[in-house]
Unconditional design. Structure first.
Length: 147
């Protein structure tokens, strides 16, 4: 018990550092969207859905695959999982762009959009994790011994 705290069984420092890097991207994309939202005029806001799509793609795939599954990057099942998540991601992108075009007065407010982007990312990442777990090969168990 170092420093009076119990150690976590499944603690992985490398994974924690990758999650931190994804968070840095989140902060950077969020700051970029806020600055661009303040500096753009109405004609330039046509490009905002492209930035939204970039932010959602970076966050979802970065968190689900880069932070948590990087050690399996050379395995076929991971690439099958990536392919299986593409239709889900396209659906979320279409919903995000629709929301941006349907409610432009809300979509161009930095804090409202950041909340919508984070909510969409949280839901999509949870669904991606279900797909990844479904595609992930099950560990083989050896012959059980009877005692």
């Amino acid at each position: 018990m170092p420093f009076g705290y119990a150690e976590e069984k499944d603690f992985d420092l490398a994974k924690e550092q990758r999650e931190d890097r994804v968070r840095y991207v989140l902060y950077g994309v969020g700051a970029l969207l806020l600055v661009i939202g303040f500096l753009m005029n109405e004609q330039d806001r046509v490009w905002l859905p492209i930035l939204d799509a970039f932010g959602l793609t970076t966050l979802c795939y970065g968190y689900a695959f880069y932070a948590h599954e990087r050690q399996h990057v050379r395995k076929l099942w991971l690439w099958k999982a990536v392919l299986a998540t593409i239709p889900l991601h396209l659906m979320f992108l279409a919903g995000l762009v629709w929301w941006d075009w349907r409610f432009p007065h809300l979509a161009h407010m930095g804090f409202v959009f950041a909340f919508v982007l984070l909510a969409a990312c949280a839901v999509e990442t949870a669904l991606m994790k279900l797909i990844i777990d479904r595609v992930r090969p099950k560990p083989r168990s050896g012959p059980e011994s009877v005692t």
